[in-house]
Write a protein that binds this ligand. Structure first.
Ligand code: 5GP
Ligand code: MN
Length: 338
């Protein structure tokens, strides 16, 4: 499937980019491969066009992406507030990538919302807020990186190798290595173009998937062996990790990326949940197979959202209470999960 960026909006944006501008690019908190990939691809493109560009993330980007071109220029709002605030104050344009609502920016949401800069959304989550000056929202797209590809090529931008590497990474990580139904023939053609632009695809796979720390692998082993619980009545598997357990395994941000998918890989399991206790709250990662919507469940019970088969949310209760609340929520949908 191709995604059409309306010509009138693209013409306006083209004219806004005629002279060097101060531009901020931002993305959701706890950024993943698509968030950082789309932000850095756009960063390389706009820098190449002569603009002054800052990528500001609500919190730190995960270390497993540190090999990405431009990674060191990413500014964490949490760690560099005054500097980031000044960059936002000076910006004439703010790109909002891979999120649909300002609350996904955490504390960074306030200065971004208040800024007088023109805000441009490029995203693939359902139901975006309407507060953006330009909104390119395509929920059928597999990744924001796919949309940034259309955006850059729509402005006749050249796909340099760093841009192509960043876009490849985001499409690869958001589609679990090109396996989802959103990965259409057109997306495969984009991937081919990115390889032609210089991406060494096997290296990107190695960098992301064969680059685990020993701690991460042992934590995964512990999760699967000791923490995975199956609830056959709901075709559901849950993994939980408490703060104490994270400390025991010297957890760093990104270490549990993808753990939820191991729970979903069990035959007969249709819903997988991963609960991680950090910074006083429990962050929930939800996945499903088929047409059970974890997005619906996350929105209704856990202040969250996302996509039908991949969503997230949070809980301010204890771990035990969160599991209980999740199981009672599943009870409501038990007829769908039989
Ligand atoms: P993950 O489990 O990888 O953190 O997130 C899966 C999907 O759910 C992503 O598309 C992400 O954007 C979305 N998501 C995760 N956490 C939240 C949340 O707290 N609120 C909303 N609205 N979406 C979330
Ligand atoms: Mn995404």
């Amino acid at each position: 499937m191709k995604f059409e960026f309306p010509a009138d909006k693209m013409k306006l944006i083209h004219s806004m980019l005629q002279k060097p501008e101060n531009i901020v690019i931002t993305t959701h908190h706890r950024p993943d491969g698509d968030a950082i990939g789309s932000s850095l691809a756009l960063y390389h493109f706009l820098t190449q066009e002569g603009h002054h560009v800052s990528v500001i993330t609500p919190d730190e980007a995960p270390a497993f992406l540190s090999w990405m071109p431009g990674f060191n220029s990413v500014i964490s709002y949490e760690k560099n507030m005054p500097d980031a605030q000044e960059r936002i104050r000076n910006a004439s344009i703010i790109f909002c990538l891979d999120f649909n609502r300002m609350d996904r920016l955490d504390k960074l949401g306030e200065p971004v919302s208040k800024s007088a800069a023109k805000k441009i959304l490029i995203d693939h989550h359902l139901d975006p807020e309407t507060s953006f000056d330009f909104s390119f929202s395509f929920p059928k797209s597999c990744a924001t990186c796919e949309l940034v590809y259309y955006f850059i090529t729509g402005l006749n931008g050249k796909l340099s190798t760093p841009i192509a590497e960043c876009l490849y990474t985001g499409i690869m990580t958001d589609t679990q290595s090109f396996r989802f139904s959103t990965m259409t023939a057109d997306t495969h053609r984009i991937i081919a173009t990115l390889i032609e632009a210089g991406v060494e695809n096997h290296i990107i796979h190695e960098n992301v998937y064969d680059n685990f720390s020993e701690n991460r692998l042992r934590l995964l082993g512990y999760c699967i062996n000791n923490k995975l619980k199956i609830y056959p009545e709901y075709s559901t598997a849950i993994i939980t990790l408490t703060k104490q357990e994270l400390e025991r395994f010297h957890f760093v941000s990104g270490d549990s990326e993808g753990f939820v998918n191991y729970a979903l890989a069990i035959n007969g399991i249709r819903v997988a949940a991963f609960f991680l206790e950090r910074d006083g709250i429990i962050k929930m990662s939800l996945r499903s197979k088929g047409n059970f919507s974890v997005k619906k469940l996350a929105e209704k019970y856990f202040e969250g959202g996302g996509h039908m088969n991949a969503a997230g949310g949070k809980s301010r209760d204890s771990m035990d209470a969160t599991v209980e609340k999740f199981l009672s929520a599943l009870k409501e949908y038990s007829s769908e999960l039989k």
